[in-house]
Every structure is written in structure tokens, then in C-alpha cells.
Design a protein around this ligand. Sequence first.
Ligand code: GRF
Length: 222
Amino acid sequence: MSRARRKRVAVLISGRGSNLAALIAAAMDPAYPAEIATVIANRAEAPGLAVARDHGLATVALPGRDFADRAAHEQAVEAALAEARADIVCLAGYMRLLGAAFVERWQGRMINIHPSLLPLFAGLDTHARALAAGVRVHGCTVHFVTAEMDAGPIVAQAAVPVLAGDDEPALAARVLAAEHRLYPAALRLVAEGKVRMSGARAVFSGLAEDDATAMLVSPGAG
Ligand code: GRF
């Protein structure tokens, strides 16, 4: 039996692109079920664009200020997705809110990575808020994107400990290392059709024992 076609993924970024780099690294394995078809940034100066170019990937910069309004910008993003024949959209540090129509069109085919264990700490400054709350466990979440920010069905999560001496950069670095392991694992599940969105929940099927939908990352990791 021939292997299923690799899913074509568009990664949307605004900045550094370290999660993008993790996805690119995973997709370099021909056995990985997804390939990065394009990288779209809403800031021309996003450092992640250089990461993509260094790997010979197609890139598109669509600065918000070049468009009259959100609808016009999202039309351009849609055109770039169509051009790339994208099957799946991965938001990776994409700092622009997406409109309801766009989210609806990509429902079940668009995922995001968020630096907290949702539903805790949706929104910004997650690491500072985790430290302020005194939680002993923190982490990251990959979820399907829905109209409500950072609230869609959860695909995968990774937990890291909060250590006694942690400040915000130390905790952020530990979570980021976990993100780089989690996002490729989560995208694999979506690309293989082992998780789909059903209302407010993610529904899993055909998982092997080693399919990591949740992972515990040890204090030393990363
Ligand atoms: C990550 O922490 C991600 O969870 C959040 O934005 C950050 C993006 O970092 N959504 P990078 O651009 O992938 O390095």
C-alpha cells in the first residue's frame, strides 16, 4: 500500500519562529506526515521569515498596515493559502487576531500553540502570571483554533515543573523547549487524521500507545 500523501502545511508567524523551526526540522523526515508548504508572516521583519528562507521554503509577508481592514488582509492570507494548496494551518506565534469567517473556514484544520496549560492563562504574559499564581506545574497546549481566543479543543499538552528559583526567563525557556517537542507531535496527529474537532472537544482515533498527546517534560529537559 502506498503511503498517504503528506499534508501541506502553512505556518503563520509574527516573530522569532522557533516553533516554525521545530516544525521544519520534523518535516525534514520524509516519513513525517506533513510538509511545510509556505510560511506567511504579518510582519515583513519577522525573524522567522529568514528561518524559512534558509531552508528554501516559500515565504509570504503580508503586513496588516498594507490592507484597508481585517477582511482585506485575511483575503490576502486566503489567497496565499490557496496558492500553497495548504491543507492545514499552524499558528506559531501569530500575533494577529483572526476574524470569525476565516476561523470558520479553517475550523478543524487550523491549530495554535499557546504557552500555558489551557484553560489556565489564556492571553498574554503567561509565564509571569503562572509565577504570580504560584502554580507548581506549567506548560504548553496545542489546540484547534476557534473564534474564542486560546479556547479551542485541546489536541496535546506538555507539562513542565515550576522550580523554586525560577524567574520569568527561566520558566519561559523550559516551556519553549517543551513547545518544540509538542508542536511537531501534535501536528503529526492532525496530519494523520488521528484527531479531529467535534464541537467543543477533540476526538482521537487510531492512536498507537506511543502517540504523545500529553507529555511530561523533566526539569532537565531543554
Ligand atoms: C511561543 O511561545 C508560542 O507558544 C506563542 O508565541 C511564541 C512564539 O515563539 N504563541 P516562536 O516565534 O515560535 O519562537
